[in-house]
Each structure stands twice: as structure tokens, then as C-alpha cells.
Write a protein that binds this ligand. Structure first.
Ligand SMILES: O=C(O)c1ccccc1N[C@@H]1O[C@H](COP(=O)(O)O)[C@@H](O)[C@H]1O
Length: 224
């Protein structure tokens, strides 16, 4: 799917929470999750992650994905060139920058037509002023829990802190989200919350998603 078509799709679905399943790797498992029609599917291009795609996914296998699902590459402190080349190779439509990437890199990548999600590690001391420099440089923020690793820690942060967010960029909620959290998510009164990202809490083993559990989550969250 091209970037323009993709942003059109996202606009059409902007009233519902966008659902992203991250950390995919095995081709059969990818097909199982695609059958559930996620809005975004994430692939980790961070070599130190247990979910690193490595060579397990032939670049070709990501080329023929349904137009309704946006392919996201997750990167940690990579260069512009590496991200661009990887995006080209795997035909990614979006990039999630999950390290200490600067606003300039977000802007540069956005200008290429890629959708840009910039992740921030949140704890009770998170300084929302940090985000001011990123306004307008990315399409979404992604608020994840500050933990030992860059991502995939499986731990939630205190969502109440998001009431302090004064910015204009819409965001995804991430970090340890599990099936049991659906009701709490639905009660959140955060107008700029546009998407939910699930990952390690839906796994049978690293990068292998439990499709029945993902289906249960999607079913509950998509219920009016
Ligand atoms: O999942 C990983 O291994 C990972 C590694 C490096 C950067 C990001 C990573 N995953 C992202 O982490 C968040 C939260 O995941 P979890 O629910 O806490 O397991 C999610 O956005 C993933 O995209």
C-alpha cells in the first residue's frame, strides 16, 4: 500500500481506535494475525531484541499484505540511511522510532512519505516538555513504559500521567497492554488517543503471537 492510500485508510477509520500488533516474525503467524485485520503490523529491526526479524522473514513475504494493514518497522537509534534502505527492502509504510532519535530524523523520514511514530519511554517523572521539539515532525507519538530495555518490557505505566499531555500530535498507547485492560482503555478520556499497541502480553514465545488471545482482544475492544 502506498503512503497516500494508507493515510486515507487511517482517516477513514479515525473514529475507532487503531489496533497495532507488534513484534511479528513467522510467516504463518503473520497470516493468522492478518486474518484479524489489524490496522498496523509491526516488525522489529533492532538486533538486540528477542523479536528481531533477522533473516526469518523473506523480504518478499511482506510485499503482498492486505491494503488495510500498514506495515511498521521498529528501529532503535538507527541512521536515516539504514531506515530508508530497510523500509525500501521490506516495503514498509511506517516507521516506529523507539530510541533517542532526534526531531530532525523524524522530520527527514516523514518527508520521504513514510508514516512516522516516535516512541517515548514514560514513567511518573516523564517531562512532557520534551515533546515540544517533536511537534509536527511525526504523525503519532507512542507512549511506552520506561524499562530496562528499549521496548517489549511487558510492563504498564501509570496512564493517569497522560492527562498532563498538552500537545497536538495524536498518540498510541503501549507498554504491557493485556486482554484484561480493555475496559480500562475504554474508560480513558484522552481525545488524542488514537491507537493501541499490543506485543509481549500476547505471545506464546518471543515474536510468536497467540492469535486466539489477539482475536479476543480485538473483539472486546471493537465492541461499541
Ligand atoms: O518488542 C521488542 O522487543 C522491542 C524492542 C525494541 C524496541 C521496541 C520493542 N517493542 C515495542 O515495545 C512496545 C511495548 O511492548 P510490550 O507491550 O511492553 O511488550 C511496543 O510498542 C513494541 O512495539
Amino acid at each position: 500500500m502506498g503512503a497516500a492510500a494508507n493515510s486515507e485508510n487511517i482517516k477513514l477509520r479515525q473514529n475507532a481506535l487503531l489496533l497495532k500488533v507488534c513484534g511479528m516474525r513467522q510467516p504463518e503467524n503473520i497470516q493468522e494475525i492478518l486474518a484479524l485485520k489489524p490496522d498496523y503490523l509491526g516488525f522489529i529491526f533492532y538486533p538486540k531484541s528477542t523479536r528481531f526479524v533477522g533473516d526469518e522473514i523473506p523480504a518478499d513475504s511482506l510485499k503482498n499484505m492486505p491494503a488495510t494493514t500498514c506495515k511498521v518497522g521498529v528501529f532503535v537509534n538507527e541512521t536515516y540511511e539504514t531506515i530508508r534502505q530497510t523500509a525500501e527492502k521490506y516495503k514498509l509504510e511506517a516507521v516506529q522510532l523507539h530510541g533517542e532519535e532526534l526531531p530532525e530524523l523524524c522530520q527527514q523520514l516523514k518527508e520521504t512519505g513514510l508514516l512516522v511514530l516516535k516512541a517515548f519511554s514514560v514513567d511518573d517523572a516523564f517531562a512532557f516538555e520534551t515533546l515540544e521539539a517533536y511537534e509536527g515532525t511525526c504523525d503519532y507519538y507512542l507512549f511506552d513504559t520506561k524499562g530496562n530495555d528499549y521496548g517489549g518490557n511487558g510492563v504498564r505505566f501509570n496512564w493517569d500521567i497522560l492527562k498532563n499531555y498538552q500537545g497536538e500530535t495524536p498518540f498510541f498507547l503501549s507498554g504491557g497492554i493485556d486482554l484484561a485492560h480493555v475496559d480500562q482503555i475504554k474508560r480513558l478520556e484522552l481525545p488524542l488517543l488514537k491507537g493501541i499497541d499490543i506485543n509481549s502480553r500476547f505471545e506464546l514465545s518471543p515474536a510468536l503471537k497467540d492469535s486466539a488471545k489477539v482475536q479476543a482482544f480485538f473483539g472486546k475492544i471493537r465492541q461499541a
